[in-house]
Design a protein around this ligand. Structure first.
Ligand code: HEC
Length: 141
């Protein structure tokens, strides 16, 4: 083998290594870009297996009737502000309870005279408000 042929052979091997090296790093780079531009969230179609929804942060779950009463409704119902029926007072709540829970729910959700809709807790769910109504009614029997 002449020196020239040897040199050509070495060069060819070297260029193959070089080319495959480039190809390799390009693939890697493409993967990184794909990772970087990947959507943050994924839409989950019905029938497809989905990743579990992230757990709700502690304390953000629905409030119990008692919790809601003692954070929101007590402002007026604790002492009877604006003649609100007082908590635990059977004389105040008796005639109200006689209207039936459904009516009280409707009034608590939509407002009733000086009773503001949802007792001012616009962010509260209907079920949370109903829970607070039931808690007040039950506590005044
Ligand atoms: C800004 C004061 C205020 C807050 C806060 C408030 N209420 Fe009231 N609520 C009243 C007043 C005043 C009445 C009496 C209205 C009337 O009978 O004219 C009342 C009445 C009610 C009644 C009786 C309705 C009826 O038909 O007799 C319910 C039930 C009730 N409130 C639920 C709630 C709940 C549940 C909350 C908390 C989520 C709440 N309220 C927060 C003022 C308030």
């Amino acid at each position: 083998m002449s020196l020239m042929k040897k040199l050509v052979g070495i060069l060819m091997v070297a260029s193959v290594v070089a080319v495959s090296g480039v190809a390799y790093s390009e693939t890697k780079a493409a993967d990184t870009v794909k990772d970087r531009i990947a959507p943050v969230g994924k839409i989950c179609m019905s029938g497809e297996p989905c990743a579990a929804a992230p757990a709700a942060p502690a304390g953000s779950g629905p409030k119990t009737g008692k919790e809601l009463y003692s954070t929101v409704c007590t402002t007026c119902h604790g002492t009877g502000v604006l003649n609100a029926p007082k908590f635990g007072n059977a004389a105040d709540w008796g005639p109200r309870a006689a209207k039936g829970l459904e009516t009280l729910y409707t009034h608590a959700l939509g407002g009733f005279n000086s009773m503001p809709p949802k007792g001012t807790c616009a962010a509260c769910s209907d079920d949370e408000i109903k829970g607070a109504v039931k808690y007040m009614v039950d506590s005044s029997k």
